[in-house]
Design a protein around this ligand. Structure first.
Ligand SMILES: Nc1ncnc2c1ncn2[C@@H]1O[C@H](COP(=O)(O)OP(=O)(O)OP(=O)(O)O)[C@@H](O)[C@H]1O
Ligand SMILES: [Mg+2]
Length: 600
């Protein structure tokens, strides 16, 4: 746990340390008196054990503090000390592959130091300060650098080049830069002298950043490049761009975690930040066990070589859970600033909101809807606003896509966390418990879900995949909508009462649902479907619709429904992405000749 020095706290107004006394303890919330001069969001050390706390309200001389560690046994009268720092993360090589708690304490190294439980007041640095990294400088003495500039790089893992950035607040002329060689995160690798102020800043391989403040950028850009996920229902129907935001709400067991993990595994992001706000301890244990053993399908290397995990189980203090999404998104911003596409998953933001609610309750704030604080909406939007496609301070383009799972009690989307999330996110993947119980996976409801990015992404898909991509997706969506209406009639009078043209719609939409939308996340081949294959699969189904339509009236629908080609269509998802081109031609040719033979 480290802090960014709070300049104001250490400037003239602050003479030495502020020490106060605890006057009240309510779960994770502690009130201390005698804290005059303390700053909002300043980190403090609580009690003789030195528990980590953060000032979240100031009332006169009293500071209200949320404590990131278990407070049982702490007594009124105990001391509280200021630190002059704010809650922050340490950014530098070694962060990839890290598994941290909500305030970036390295869980595995803590386990080594103190056993399974995190001992209170323990101080373990987020990054290994003994390890030497091979640093390759890319600037020279005398160069002028601005905040955010890249001064060199380190091959952190086989898939990630860690670029060393000048801290945003530093600029000037490089007065020294080390030679290529091995350095620890604390070694000074460059010194930058500001011509105006004369201040010399030492640049190390690691830097700190306060989690409650977003890292500065040059400008936001329109997100117009899709984050390819390999999930057909997402890429084809409800795509998310790099830099976009999506909510994935769903009741118990509807597929939130499987979807988030598929995205972590398969999406074409450079860096993954996975925040697990575990519903149950064992679900998080599951993540901790499965992730380190997962292979990155693109590189064949362990997925952890481009992943950072923030883990909160339900038995960890709630305040750390409240902080976890800020810790996660700050780490994401750091990699974005290096010029990477980062995808951040939070599973589940409902547990985060519950932490917020619990702390608010302890503060005796006036509760809003369902006991959540009135600021739930603004906190959610502050979090999602940190997503985006940007030009970073060094001119490189980077992005953060945020995908938040929501677990509405009883699967009822009208509750406050779902509603407030949908107000700020632009993609809605609605998980449907009926689909899940019918084992239609992914259980994303195609009639309820939406993506507000369709217009922005249209160009990319028609240029890079196929010109008629959008036409195809619209056609398919219309069929699915018609099916929904026809189903109501079928329920009343049975399918035989429908004209053949409408029964064909039922037949083809069933194909779209079963042979296209359904996708098994655990299938060796089908887990990832390239956009090219998605397009061709849909094209095959819609070609079937077109050819069948021509025969209607001459050939009974029963015969069309019993065609041999349907088996090939049902199996196309199992066919490899790489050779699907050939398969596509094969299926289309076979389909045409089978239809032709029926004409005769
Ligand atoms: N895309 C998928 N492919 C195959 N199976 C799936 C898929 N999505 C979900 N499942 C099945 O549904 C089960 C429940 O999914 P998951 O654990 O993701 O639900 P959840 O919404 O996270 O549940 P909880 O509310 O308990 O966190 C999985 O164990 C798996 O069997
Ligand atoms: Mg889950």
């Amino acid at each position: 746990m480290v802090g960014v020095t709070n300049k104001k706290a250490l400037s003239g107004e602050r003479k030495g340390e502020i020490t106060g006394k605890i006057i009240k303890i309510s779960g994770p919330v502690v009130v201390a008196s005698g804290m005059r001069g303390i700053l909002m969001y300043e980190l403090v050390r609580v009690s003789e054990e030195g528990l980590i706390g953060e000032v979240i309200q100031i009332k006169g001389d009293n500071a209200i503090i949320q404590v990131y560690e278990e407070t049982t046994g702490i007594k009124p009268g105990s001391v509280v000390r200021s630190t002059g720092a704010s809650l922050s993360v340490e950014l530098g090589p070694g962060i990839i592959g890290g598994i941290y708690d909500g305030i970036q304490r390295p869980l595995l190294r803590i386990k080594d130091a103190s056993g399974d439980f995190i001992a209170r007041g323990i101080n373990v640095r987020p990054l290994d300060d003994k390890k030497k990294w091979h640093f390759l400088p890319s600037i020279n003495k005398g160069d002028k650098v601005e905040g955010g500039a890249i001064i060199g790089s380190i091959r952190e893992t086989s898939v990630v080049e860690h670029r060393i950035l000048v801290p945003p607040s530093v600029s000037g002329v490089v007065s020294s830069i080390v030679k290529e060689g091995d350095y620890t995160i604390d070694d000074v690798v460059a010194v930058v002298k500001n011509g105006e102020t004369g201040v010399e800043s030492e640049i190390r391989l690691s830097q700190k950043w306060s989690v409650r403040t977003s890292r500065p950028i040059r400008e936001k850009r329109d997100p117009s490049i899709p984050l390819i996920t390999g999930m057909r229902v997402i890429d084809t129907f409800f795509p998310i761009p790099k830099g976009g935001t999506a909510a994935i709400p769903g009741g118990f067991g509807t597929g939130k975690t499987v979807t988030q993990q598929s995205l972590a595994k398969w999406s074409d992001a450079d860096i993954i930040v996975y925040i697990g706000c575990g519903e149950r301890g064992n679900e998080m244990t599951d993540v901790l066990k499965t992730f380190p053993s997962l292979k990155d399908p693109r590189s064949g290397k362990p997925l952890m070589e481009r992943t950072v995990i923030i883990a909160n189980t339900s038995n960890m203090p709630v305040a750390a859970r409240e902080a976890s999404i800020y810790t996660g998104v700050t780490i994401a911003e750091y990699f974005r600033d290096m010029g990477y596409a980062v995808a951040l998953m939070a599973d589940s933001t409902s547990r985060w909101a519950e932490a917020l609610r619990e702390i608010s309750g302890r503060l005796e704030e006036l509760p809003g809807e369902e006991g959540y604080p009135a600021y739930l909406a603004s906190r959610l939007s502050q979090f999602y606003e940190r997503a985006g496609r940007v030009e970073s301070l060094n001119g490189k383009e980077g992005s953060i896509s945020i995908i938040g799972a929501v677990s509405p009690p009883g699967g009822d989307f009208s509750e406050p966390v779902t509603q407030n999330t949908l107000r700020v996110t632009k993609v809605f993947w609605a998980l449907d418990k009926n689909l899940a119980s019918r084992r239609h996976f992914p259980g994303i409801n195609w009639l309820e879900s939406y993506s507000l990015y369709l217009d922005q992404l249209e160009d990319w898909f028609s240029k890079n995949i196929a010109e008629d991509w959008n036409k195809l997706r619209e056609q398919a969506m219309i069929l699915l909508q018609k099916e929904e209406n026809l189903q109501e009639i079928v329920q009343l009078v049975g399918p035989d009462a429908l004209p053949e043209s409408e029964r064909l719609i039922l037949e083809v939409s069933k194909m779209i649902r079963e042979d296209f939308l359904q996708q098994n996340a655990f299938h060796e081949v089908d887990a990832f479907c390239s956009p090219e294959k998605q397009y061709k699969m849909l094209k095959i189904i819609l070609t079937f619709y077109e050819l069948a339509g021509r025969l209607l009236g001459n050939v009974p629908l029963e015969k069309i429904a019993a065609m041999k080609i349907k088996t090939d269509i049902a199996r196309m998802k199992e066919h490899k992405n790489e050779t699907f081109d050939k398969k596509y031609t094969e299926i289309i040719t076979k389909m045409q000749s089978e239809f032709k033979s029926m004409e005769e």
